[in-house]
Each structure stands twice: as C-alpha cells, then as structure tokens.
Design a protein around this ligand. Structure first.
Ligand code: GLC
Length: 425
C-alpha cells in the first residue's frame, strides 16, 4: 500500500470508528416550551461531549397532542430518548419510564428542587420518573395602560370585577375604533388546558377540585355550577366567540397583538409579551387570578419534567443530558430569557432572574400554593378523567347544556371511570 492509500485507509477507519461511537440521542420539545433554548443547550452539550449527537425535534404546542405521540412511542417501543413530561403524567406513565435514581447525579440533584414537584414525580415505590425542568402556575395578565386609561387602580380580585372591568375597557376601545378588541381571553378549547382553567374557576369559588384528594367525586355542586354559568356568559360578550377553541397560544396571539384587556396564561407569556415584536411590550403586568366573591384566588399547578422511556437504546447518556437540561445553570438562563419558572427555590432569590422577571419575586408563593389537578389520586386513569372534565365543561361553554346538568353528567362519568363514590355537598 503506498503512503497516500494508507492515509486514506487510516482516516476512513478512524472516521467510521468515530461514527460508530457517536451516540445518537433525540428529544422532542413542545413548540411553546422554549425549543430554541433547548437547541442552544444541545449544541453546547455536544461541544462538551463530542461523543453524543443530539437531535432536537419540534413537537406540538398542546400537551394532549404530545401525549398522543408518546403513547405511540410506548406502544411501538420506539421513539425519542428523552421525554418532556407534563406534571400530570408521571402517575399514568409509570410502566414506561425508567427510575432516574439508577443514574449518576440524580439523588443529589433531586434534593435541590421543590420537594412537592419531586414528590409528584416519584412513584409509591420511590422511583423518580422525571427530573423537574420548569414549573407553571396560572396567572392573570392585565394591561396596565388600559386599566389606568379607564380609571382602575388595581387588577380585579373577583371574577365579577374582572367581568365588569373587561366590559368597560372593551366598550371604550371599540368606541375608540378597535372593533377587534376583547375584554378577556382564556383557554376554552376542549383539551387539557380547559381542565386547568375550570379547576381555577371552580376551586376559587369554593367548588372543590372535581375529585378530592381522598378519592371522592365532588364536582356536582352549586358553587361549581355558579361559576361555570358565569364563564359561559362571557363567551361572545367579554370574550371572543372563538375562545371555545382557544388554547394558550391562541389566547396569547390575541393578547400580544394588543386586542385584549386581560388574559389567563402561564409565565412563558411574560417574556414573549415583552419581546421586540410584541404590541404590548412594557404595557402589562401579572397578578394572581381572581376568585369567586366568597372564595380565594387559585392558580392551577402545571409544569414539566424530563424523563427517560424504557425503550431508549442509550438510557445512561440520555439521562446525563436530561440532568444537564434541568440543571440550575440551564434553568437560570431559561428563566431570564424565556420566563420559564425554575424548579429550584434558590433561583427565586437570584438577582439576575428577578431583574429580568420581577414577578418571580411573588411567584414562589403562588407555586407553593398552586392547586394540582387530581392526577395523583386518579392515576393511571387521569387522562380519561381529564377528558371527561374538559368535554363536560366545553358543553357548558358552548351552551349545549346548562352548568348544573353538565356537572351531573360529569359526576356520573367520573364515578364510572374511577369507581370513586360521589359525595353530595
Ligand atoms: C402547561 C402546563 C401543563 C398543562 C398545560 C395545559 O403546559 O405546564 O401542566 O397541562 O399547560 O395546557
């Protein structure tokens, strides 16, 4: 073999050895979960770990759509190596996810996150199915400029106040020429987000959480019916008729183009609302959600973790990348640049985080008091429970049923799905 051929041979052998050694990992990120930050993080990680190649796939924005994809992965035992897990899923997905405690670094890391999130992500047997990545709690976004313009000094504390303020501002803005303007946008579509909004309305009106943590179906009660009647009356009055098909992103789009006085949404909408391309940058603030006249504000608890499915061919490497993505340094960057709420209590005292997202100073308390959906008590049937809830609430919003009747149907469905007794208020 002459020298040239030898060189070609050696470099070929080397590169194929390297190619063989490169570990291919993949992750799917919902389009509104900060995918660009994950791409940057993956690039940095590959620079530090040249032996892995990470593919970041864009997933759907809505949690239900992502769940459908994951269910296919579980059935076919094939799919991405790192899953982003909604806080409501660990209970339902236990059979398909690995215990992260078998991998290096997770025991130490787990101690640093909010305890309640770790508990949520841990099975009865003590297996950690997801390492927390960001947390979520429902917030009221309001236009500071418009509240001032119409003489309101504070954001509304009750749903009734929200309704009357929204009406005044909407009427005024329409007279001023903006025919597209609406008072309040929220998540009225038939999907998981509606379950959360409904939990916030009902629990803040002293109507409970659909199913109690003791395993009783509590949803058919007059307080729940009262607040759902009120919300149904907003459709096509202070809220656009299309709100019954809005998820987070549709609400944000109306809000961010300057066409709504109030919005219910999660923290991620804060950074996007203040971005250069937003019509409302610097013109809004956030507050706790309103409550019923007799009740207290309730933020629904959301959030996401990272876990490794049992079919992954490279679980150890996948877990190492999940640990990196969920690290304090990564969460700090995502908090500052994308207002994704950290799962490390410590970061709520971080000056740079608070300078970028001032409301995080109060958010820690909101998260600590946020009310979870009944996922733990109904697992592994939460997905079916939630489907029954959002379908029933949707029939009320679109006025197919009145609230009391819709809740009766729901209570019967929930009894059938869970086998739990129904309690009369
Ligand atoms: C957010 C929350 C998640 C919730 C979803 C509903 O992504 O973090 O917990 O299920 O919204 O749309």
């Amino acid at each position: 073999m002459n020298r040239f051929r030898l060189l070609v041979f050696i470099s070929f052998a080397l590169s194929s050895a390297l190619a063989q050694e490169t570990i291919q990992l993949s992750i799917m990120i919902g389009s509104s979960s900060g995918i660009d930050f994950v791409r940057d993080a993956a690039n940095e990680y590959m620079r530090l770990h040249p032996e892995v190649a990470i593919e970041v796939l864009e997933g759907p924005a809505r949690t239900d759509d992502l769940l459908a994809i994951y269910e296919d992965y579980f059935n076919s035992q094939e799919g991405v190596d790192i899953l982003t897990l909604d806080v409501i899923w660990p209970g339902d997905m236990g059979d398909f996810m690995l215990d992260l405690y078998q991998f290096e670094g997770f025991s130490e890391a787990a101690n640093e996150h909010f305890e309640a999130i770790i508990a949520n992500n841990t099975t009865l047997e003590g297996e950690l199915l997801a390492i927390p990545w960001f947390t979520d709690a429902g917030l009221l976004y309001y236009r500071t400029d418009l509240l001032e313009k119409y003489g309101f000094s504070d954001p509304p504390e009750t749903w009734q106040e929200l309704q009357s303020m929204a009406q005044v501002i909407q009427d005024g803005e329409r007279v001023a020429g903006n025919e597209e303007f609406w008072g309040f946008v929220f998540q009225g579509r038939e999907y998981e987000g509606l379950t959360v909004d409904a939990l916030e309305w009902i629990a803040s009106n002293e109507g409970g959480t659909f199913i109690s943590s003791e395993g009783e179906v509590t949803v058919a009660n007059p307080e729940a019916a009262e607040v759902l009647e009120l919300v149904a009356s907003w459709v096509d009055s202070i809220s656009p008729p299309g709100v019954v098909d809005f998820s987070e992103e549709e609400s944000r789009s109306v809000w961010q183009s300057g066409n709504a006085a109030f919005m219910r949404n999660w923290p991620y909408a804060y950074s996007l609302g203040n971005a250069d391309d937003s019509a409302i940058a610097g013109k809004f603030a956030v507050a706790p959600l309103p409550a019923g006249e007799e009740g207290a504000s309730v933020a629904g608890l959301g959030g996401w973790g990272l876990g490794i499915p049992n079919y992954s061919a490279h679980p150890e490497e996948a877990a190492a990348f999940a640990l990196y993505l969920s690290s304090k340094a990564q969460q700090k960057q995502r908090a500052i640049a994308g207002s994704f709420a950290p799962t490390y209590p410590e970061l709520y005292q971080d000056e740079e985080v608070l300078a970028a997202v001032p409301f995080f100073a109060d958010f820690r308390t909101i998260v600590e008091h946020a009310v979870p959906r009944p996922s733990a008590v109904t697992s592994p049937n939460y997905a079916a429970v939630s489907r029954a809830i959002y379908r029933a609430v949707h029939t009320i919003l679109i006025k197919e049923r009145d609230a009391a009747e819709g809740l009766e149907v729901l209570a019967a469905d929930l009894e059938a799905i869970t086998g739990f007794p129904r309690v009369q208020p």
